[in-house]
Design a protein. Structure first.
Length: 168
């Protein structure tokens, strides 16, 4: 089915692979090693957390698309758990594991989320998620935090400046 003339959404996808489109909606956080989804999300009303959404012939949750197409996990009929080193975050598309429903429920009970972030960090990611603030790379001193390298699958899509002291 062809897009209607003037449909800018379809024009933006022309000539791009699904992985290229996916990577454009991701931001790497060297503090946590997480690749955060900054594209569209679900509404997350009530007790439900917000999850990233991605269109690839059908609507996918971003973490499930990543688990299947990037990490090669067998997710057919199974939940995909977030196992981030800094605590699970529903918008992370890097630290994922296929698990049973019982394992997922146990993980949710024992590790309810990213609670070690300070309020300013949580607020920043919330504003990025809502589109109020734009994600920008921040200059960080390597001695301040544990520094993670971006995952191999994301590296070709990162914007690099020509510097000799670039760590990756």
């Amino acid at each position: 089915m062809a897009a209607r003339p003037g449909n800018s959404y379809a024009a933006g996808r022309k000539g791009k692979t699904p992985l290229q489109r996916f990577a454009e909606k991701c931001a790497f956080d060297p503090y946590t090693g997480c690749v955060m989804w900054i594209g569209g999300t679900t509404s997350g009303h009530g007790k439900n957390a917000r999850y990233g959404t991605f269109w690839d012939g059908k609507r996918w949750f971003a973490h499930r698309w990543s688990a299947f197409h990037i990490h090669g996990l067998d997710i057919n009929g199974l939940p995909v758990g977030h196992c981030c080193p800094a605590g699970p975050h529903t918008l992370c598309v890097e630290h994922l594991a296929g698990m049973t429903y019982a394992e997922n429920n146990e993980m949710i009970k024992t590790n309810p989320g990213r609670c070690d972030q300070d309020l300013a960090t949580k607020q920043y990611w919330l504003l990025v998620e809502k589109g109020v603030e734009r994600y920008e790379e921040v200059e960080r001193a390597l001695s301040d935090v544990p520094f993670f390298d971006p995952p191999q699958w994301l590296r070709p899509f990162l914007i690099r400046e020509a510097t000799d002291d670039c760590p990756f």
